[in-house]
Design a protein around this ligand. Structure first.
Ligand SMILES: *Cc1c(COP(=O)(O)O)cnc(C)c1O
Length: 389
């Protein structure tokens, strides 16, 4: 794989060499837990046991590293498993994490409740307020600055380059959850981040048929620590999951183009609908993160959130009334999904600083015909009350 190849070429070919024995264009799926040794400790191709390494997972890990432009890629059984491995590799009791006030709810839960129980503390801040971030960083104890942009579900954009500078000065490593943008639209390592995190369940897998997570980073010492946790704690992706994810990644670039153009058209339509109070999409010129998003992203992605004028009741009604948009958690698949965060994806952060207003609906805009998506949303909005009582 040549370093200077374009992104779309890397997505198709990195780690995906044809099988040299049969010529099969697609590398085989190695559904095996263990590998026969020639003599004790004499391995064929370095493989001994699938938790330690498997050719199908290796192929995916090369693909992930190539997409993010990093040296080391690691694949896990879920996004949260990837996050957990990173946190365990970096943190010890007494350490501190600074994270955004609308990071993925599960990330906050993992840091606050699972790692919190082991003596890790955290401060939640508005990542778009650099002054507040600086204040929250504690030199010596803050080991991680956790950034998610665009954020979920309010689509806030934060400045990866600036935050990387500020975090590094305080001695923290900068972690960017790049799930919403995907590497097709945004490459945090090139903007100064140390580690990129993905829920590959979303855009990378892209077909809502597999769970997975990934870490990509450049520092060799940190990579060794994370590899050790991956092996020793064992939350690896199985070969079938890795294979499906690799297959999804090959079409990432073209999918993201369609997700972005469909989302842009839908966001513009929603702006003019009287049932909608506000549209959150960085591709709208008046959105607060628009200029920054233009600088650090190559397109604006497929996620759109709206605030309903009719309040919680209208939001629920709308989410339950679409037909093409399926009512389901998750995002990033080819099919459009609608989600009511207050009671679905973000129910776990109710009553915390991460709580999502109850009139918000989040749309994961798929790659279907855009006229069908607009007609579907239009019909569903017509059914929801225009005013809250
Ligand atoms: C879904 C998601 C995660 C968690 O990933 P899982 O694969 O569900 O464990 C983390 N971050 C973001 C932004 C997500 O959307």
């Amino acid at each position: 794989m040549k370093k200077d190849q374009g992104f779309d070429t890397r997505a198709v070919h990195a780690g995906q060499d044809f099988d040299p024995t049969t010529g099969a264009v697609i590398p085989p799926l190695y559904l095996t837990s263990t590998f026969v040794q020639k003599s004790v400790g004499d391995l064929r191709g370095g493989y001994e046991y699938t938790r330690a390494g498997n050719p199908t997972r290796d192929a995916l890990e090369q693909q992930l590293a190539a997409l993010e432009g990093g040296r080391f890629g690691m694949s896990f059984s879920s996004g949260l498993a990837a996050e957990d491995a990173l946190l365990r590799a970096v943190l010890k009791p007494g350490d501190h994490v600074v994270l955004g006030n609308d990071v993925y709810g599960g990330t906050h839960r993992l840091i606050n409740r699972v790692h919190g129980a082991w003596g890790v503390t955290n401060t939640v801040v508005d990542m778009s307020n650099l002054f507040e971030v600086e204040k929250a960083l504690k030199k010596g104890s803050t080991k991680i600055l956790w950034v998610e942009t665009p954020s979920n579900p309010m689509m806030k954009i934060s400045d990866i380059a600036e935050l990387s500078d500020i975090g590094r000065q305080a001695g923290a490593i900068i972690v960017v959850d790049n799930t919403f943008a995907s590497p097709a639209l945004q490459r945090p390592l090139s903007l100064g981040a140390d580690v990129v995190v993905h829920s590959t369940t979303k855009y990378l897998g892209g077909h809502s048929d597999v769970l997975g997570g990934a870490l990509v980073l450049n520092d060799e010492e940190l990579a060794e620590k994370v590899r050790f946790v991956q092996f020793a704690a064992g939350a690896v992706s199985g070969p079938m999951d890795a294979w499906l994810t690799s297959r999804g990644i090959k079409t990432l670039a073209v999918r993201m183009e369609r997700h972005s153009s469909n989302a842009q058209a839908l966001a513009e339509y929603l702006m003019g609908n009287p049932a909608v109070e506000q549209v959150y999409y960085p591709g709208l010129p008046d959105s607060p993160g628009h200029e920054l998003a233009r600088q650090q992203m190559s397109a604006f992605g497929g996620m759109v959130s709206i605030a309903m004028r009719g309040g919680a009741k209208a939001a629920r009604r709308f989410a339950e009334s679409t037909r093409v948009f399926l009512l389901a958690e998750s995002l990033g698949g080819v099919e459009s999904l609608v989600n009511y965060p207050a009671e679905m994806t973000h129910a776990s952060v109710r009553g915390t600083v991460l709580e999502v207003p109850d009139n918000i609906v989040r749309l994961s805009v798929g790659i279907e015909s855009v006229e069908d998506l607009i007609a579907d949303v239009d019909a569903a909005l017509a059914k929801s009350p225009k005013r809250s009582k």
